[in-house]
Design a protein around this ligand. Structure first.
Ligand code: C2O
Ligand code: CU
Length: 498
């Protein structure tokens, strides 16, 4: 029963009336403030406006295999590859995406970062029923803002399988001052290597520090509070929980890396997406400085840097003018000592490829922290004082593996509330000794600098006052984008009260 209950909770309140399918280990019962609505039934069909372009796609979620430099692992993906197929549209387009669930488990799709209508947000128990095996669900929404996004399930720890793919929303009015563009999806990989993400979560929750080297805990030493900042982790204190055997760019490990070919002097737009579940990366391109132009889709004042950090769920766009030669593009996992790194290659000329351990000196230069970026004028929220203020505290520990928000796991914490039309200030504080990427659904928030983001890395004990305009009615998730933390309870609801 325990297994069934836990499983049911993990995969979306399967048959367990009055429980919610997230916050797996929170015993969500009866009158809890987060008790989900439902059943939801089919989404209300919506039609595109006159003249609105329609982008139609079917995504089949199914078991597949992935070739990791000669080692074949079983996983789940969208279509036949990891990452899944690129989905691309213009800002303002109407997307109609059918999820065909051929997995042996329930699933959903969440369109990470898109300010879309609530019924398309993909949160089981909150915006829809989970999609059962052999069933399908039609996601219909308008994508209002150009930018780099991605999509993934919002069920259990399925994100840590191969279920993710880039979503690019183009600005038809932006000429795009570059010659070519590459999308780089970063990931940490463990699925099919002798364990699954669900087993990893079970081990974390069971506090099984002796996980036999088959993945699991990243630290031999288990006292969450005593693990301080290391040089490896830079400003992030304790950065991750799980030991991954591989780190990937576009589904490929360094031993079988992707090579991007261009001409010297060409200007390239690099779109970075961190689809990892438990890994912050420091990213650098050997022999180059990068100019960061966008954060989570929104334009920033162009900022040149040697390298930058990217947390789980964050996206950054950079422009580089390519030199002549062969250059390693390295994403180094922050605070992790095994599993190597993620890597791709940019080739514009002759030369031999650097090895799997390539360590561009840019990584020891200036490593930019995304929240230090400044917004462009156009990307700012209109200036306005907050109508309402609320508190959001990130709480919890490694041992026991119990993460929460406002002192309790999801299902036991009170939802944050807002009235439509308000400017809401959320005073967020990370009261833990780990770094957490804080993610808000359905809205983009502004940091005190005005920087617009939907996911922000919060270092241990760091605070941010984040502002959002309540212009998208519904029930929304706010959570840590470490998928293991989220599943262990580090989530809270944001509800519109009128
Ligand atoms: Cu990409 Cu609720 O998350
Ligand atoms: Cu977290």
């Amino acid at each position: 029963m325990n297994t069934i209950t836990r499983r049911g909770l993990l995969i979306g309140g399967l048959g367990a009336a009055g429980t919610v399918g997230l916050g797996a280990y929170a015993a969500t019962q009866g009158s809890s403030p987060s008790t989900p609505k439902g059943p939801f039934g089919a989404p209300t069909p919506v039609s595109p406006d006159r003249g609105q372009a329609v982008v139609t796609k079917t995504l089949t979620a199914k078991p597949i295999t992935l070739d990791l430099a000669g080692r074949t692992v079983s996983t789940w993906g969208y279509g036949d590859a990891v990452p899944g197929p690129l989905l691309r549209a213009n800002a303002g387009d109407f997307l109609r995406v059918t999820l065909d669930n051929q997995l042996p488990d329930e699933t959903t799709i969440h369109w990470h970062g898109i300010r879309l209508r609530n019924q398309a947000d993909g949160v089981p128990g909150m915006t829809q029923d989970p999609v059962k095996p052999d069933a399908s669900y039609v996601y219909e929404f308008t994508a209002p803002d150009p930018g780099t996004y991605f999509f993934h399930p919002h069920v259990g720890v399925q994100l840590d399988r191969g279920l993710y793919a880039p979503l690019i929303i183009d600005d038809p009015k932006e000429p795009g001052d570059y010659d070519t563009e590459w999308v780089l999806v970063l990931d940490d990989w463990i699925d099919g290597t002798g364990t699954t993400p669900e087993q990893v979560l079970d081990e974390l929750v069971a506090n099984d520090s002796g996980s036999g080297g088959m993945g699991g805990m990243d630290h031999g030493e288990m006292d969450g509070m005593s693990r301080g900042t290391t040089d490896e982790a830079g400003p992030w204190g304790d950065a991750g929980d799980v030991t991954y055997p591989y780190f990937l760019i576009n589904g490929r490990p360094p031993a079988d890396l992707e090579t991007l070919t261009a001409k010297p002097g060409q200007k390239v737009r690099l779109r970075f997406i961190n689809a990892a579940s438990d890994t912050i990366f420091a990213v650098a391109l050997g022999g180059h400085r990068m100019t960061i132009t966008h954060s989570d889709g929104f334009p920033v004042q162009p900022t040149e840097t040697d390298a930058f950090y990217i947390g789980m769920g964050e996206r950054y766009d950079a422009i580089v003018t390519l030199g002549d030669g062969v250059f390693p593009l390295v994403a180094k996992p922050v605070g992790k000592t095994s599993g190597g790194q993620a890597m791709a290659l940019i080739r514009t000329g002759s030369g031999s490829a650097p090895g799997e351990g390539a360590n561009p000196r840019e990584l020891s230069g200036k490593v930019l922290i995304g929240s230090d970026l400044r917004p462009t004028q156009a990307a700012k929220l209109p200036s306005r004082t907050a109508d309402a203020t609320t508190r959001l505290t990130l709480t919890g520990s490694m041992q026991p593996y119990a993460w929460g928000m406002n002192g309790a796991p999801f299902g036991e914490n009170e939802p944050l509330t807002v009235q439509a039309g308000q400017r809401l200030r959320i005073n967020a504080t990370n009261m833990t000794m780990m770094t957490h990427p804080l993610h808000v659904h359905g809205h983009t928030f502004a940091l005190p600098s005005g920087l617009r983001k939907d996911t922000v890395l919060m270092a241990p004990m760091q605070s941010f006052a984040i502002d959002l305009d309540a212009d998208n009615t519904g029930d929304w998730m706010i959570h840590c984008h470490n998928i293991y933390h989220a599943e262990a309870g580090m989530m809270i609801a944001l509800k519109y009260t009128t």
